[in-house]
Unconditional design. Structure first.
Length: 162
């Protein structure tokens, strides 16, 4: 059996997962248990859609609990203030402003661990094609990003590290 992979995340993300787990195992579990209890009171379980729905909800709950536990157990806390890296170099935790050279479009990204990525909020994973391509580069440098949608040429405008 292979060992589980590590999930890079900040201490804040780990704390949020622990809070979620506590909520799921207490309040949410109690709520789902009550739904099942109430649905059972409606009688014949073979034709009881409320009971089926409550059991489905219970299955989703148990699945999410298992998922969150795995994330917590395999969490790798990353210090976004990487003191070894030069302050002007893209690393985990950097806020990077880039210019798409072809489209002349400027975009700002925060490089985060995969568990914290949210592209809609400009938070991209260090494991993504963009995150990997930018890593280790500095303001003023041009970077080619090999993505599934094709290649993109970016110029790094600025790098902010905490």
């Amino acid at each position: 059996m292979s060992t589980a992979s590590r999930f890079k995340m900040s201490q804040e993300r780990l704390d949020a997962l622990k809070e979620e787990l506590n909520y799921l195992e207490t309040d949410k579990a109690r709520e789902v248990s009550e739904q099942i209890k109430e649905a059972r009171s409606f009688g014949d379980l073979s034709e009881n859609s409320e009971y089926d729905e409550a059991k489905n909800e219970q299955g989703k709950l148990y699945s999410r609990i298992a998922e969150v536990k795995e994330l917590i157990e395999n969490a790798e806390i990353v210090d976004t203030a990487n003191n070894d890296a030069p302050k002007d170099t893209v690393t985990l935790g950097s806020v990077v402003t880039v210019l798409d050279i072809e489209d002349e479009f400027e975009e700002t990204y925060e490089i985060v661990g995969s568990q914290e990525a949210n592209p809609k909020e400009g938070r991209i994973s260090d494991d993504s094609p963009v995150g990997q391509a930018l890593h280790g580069h500095r303001a003023g440098e041009e970077v080619v990003i090999h993505a599934p949608a094709g290649n993109f040429n970016f110029r790094i405008i600025s790098v902010e590290n905490k």
